[in-house]
Design a protein around this ligand. Sequence first.
Ligand code: NAD
Length: 261
Amino acid sequence: MSKQLANQHALLTGAGGGIGVAVARAFAMQGARCTLVDIALSPTPDVERLIADFRGAVQYIASDITQTHTINPMVAQAVAAFGPIHTLFNNAAVFDMAPLLESNEAMYDKIFSVNVKGAFFVMQAVLRHMVDASTRGAVINMASQAGRRGEALVSHYCASKAAIVSYTQSAALAMAPHHIRVNGISPGVIDTPMWAHVDSLFAKYEGLPLGEKKKQVGLAVPLGYMGSAQDICGAAVFLASADASYITAQTINVDGGSVMG
Ligand SMILES: NC(=O)c1ccc[n+]([C@@H]2O[C@H](COP(=O)([O-])OP(=O)(O)OC[C@H]3O[C@@H](n4cnc5c(N)ncnc54)[C@H](O)[C@@H]3O)[C@@H](O)[C@H]2O)c1
């Protein structure tokens, strides 16, 4: 069977994280050359393994997406090595939370600078490149079930992910004449390093023992358990592939049934 992403170049941000590295491996297994972008100066062991397993087809670029003046050079570096970009997996994000009346400007700035500003300008830079290169590419923005409904303790993160759903729609409409598709994935609760952090914050604000929130949210999922990073890969490969050629402006829930519609 031919590989779904053969001869393609995918750029992934937040690619050193739980979901990013899993999706990068799935893309590489489907034949894509992958540029992995993350803020860490050197690749994590998981990323190093990927580079070793797909020698010559995976490269790592250390880049902080909040430094918007570095985004165009980062895209240019990726293109110089691996050619025109066909898929952007726009995935880097941070999480923080606090009771609404206690959440301060620093928390707002931290979350919005990565999750919204960084994500938007990475998307814009890659879209410009795709338009200039006449690439009928695909963008996949990482939203969240948190973007579908507010939460008393999680206001800024929820709002940042709602913004991603909205940018996905606007960019899809703007890019439709260029035959570039823009979609989103809205995960539910996925067991990654981000969730260790989320769990410890809920423990602090809800007075729970460590691990309790993770247990509760897993049991509350209709399928009965937290997802794994692997559970995101099928939707990501599908949206990047020609099988999704008539799908744009959608944010697909990959959440075990937690959000409907
Ligand atoms: N884990 C979940 O339950 C869950 C649920 C819904 C949505 N999501 C979303 O999925 C995506 C991936 O989440 P994850 O669980 O793999 O998280 P993660 O924390 O494991 O990975 C996030 C990655 O983003 C990187 N990053 C952070 N700031 C950056 C910056 N300024 N520049 C470049 N890279 C930066 C981090 O270094 C990290 O490697 C995120 O957009 C997240 O909001 C996750």
